[in-house]
Ligand binder design. Structure first.
Ligand SMILES: [Cu+2]
Length: 179
């Protein structure tokens, strides 16, 4: 083996170990307990994030959480993503003229200074569309939210059924063939 090739191999091994080190040292919300958040300054997870366990064969579900903003600046959530879904949309619920609750995609969700942003059944939520594989009750999935100011946060969301008595099942009409 020539000196150049040995050097190339050593360099490759060095780069690989650097990559692995940075991967291992990166903070991931899913390394922590459910409800954990890798949140930027001033942003808190005021109520744990959770993902509704979808019925079998349905590849769409919703994620909920409440964020707090202890800073002086109004913030917005402008996008979200999760490795478990092809697309994550920001949704709101609206009552149409016939009194039927419908979901609609919105461009951003407000997180006012000193206030909070509640994402909960029947209200604002994240829509996880195109689930890559079935979810299991109790599974922890990472969800990343991007803020309008360029910062982002990663939360550990627990997959669970709607809480009996607290989260009434919301049967909504939806463009992604709910029910
Ligand atoms: Cu929705």
């Amino acid at each position: 083996m020539s000196g150049t090739r040995v050097f190339a191999r050593l360099l490759g091994a060095l780069l690989l170990s650097l990559c692995l080190t940075s991967l291992l040292s990166a903070q991931h919300a899913t390394d922590q307990e459910p409800g954990a958040c890798v949140c930027p300054d001033g942003v808190t997870l005021a109520a744990p994030a959770w993902v509704r366990l979808p019925p079998p064969n349905l590849s769409v579900t919703a994620a909920y959480m409440t964020l707090g903003n202890s800073g002086d600046e109004d913030l917005t959530v402008v996008a979200a993503e999760s490795p478990i879904a092809g697309t994550v949309e920001l949704h709101e619920h609206l009552q149409d003229a016939a009194g039927v609750m419908r979901m609609r995609q919105v461009a951003s969700l407000p997180l006012p200074a000193g206030g909070s942003l509640a994402m909960e059944p029947g209200g604002l939520h994240l829509m996880l569309i195109g689930l890559h594989q079935p979810l299991a009750d109790g599974e922890i999935v990472p969800v990343t939210l991007h803020l309008g100011d360029g910062r982002s946060l990663e939360v550990a969301a627990e997959v669970r059924r709607a809480r009996p008595g607290r989260d009434h099942e919301v049967h909504h009409h939806h463009g992604h063939q709910h029910h």
